[in-house]
Design a protein around this ligand. Sequence first.
Ligand SMILES: [Zn+2]
Length: 79
Amino acid sequence: MNALEIKENLLSKKLLCSFFGHNLVIKRNVTPNFREFECTTCHLELTNNAKGEKTFLTPHLRDVNETLFNFYNKRHHLV
Ligand SMILES: [Zn+2]
């Protein structure tokens, strides 16, 4: 597969998602209220914010989730 084919493939997947919506699966439970999601079609990563809305998983939010995850697990003696 050459670079152009990869690009077209990725583009058609993104198009598919824009037509039918993302096919999200839970990638990780950060806490019972915070989860990370990934689209199985285009591999877009999302997370939910404090309001429960889905938002893009930015490097900043990934850090926040990591902190939450560690804090939650320590507090509940899971680690
Ligand atoms: Zn998608």
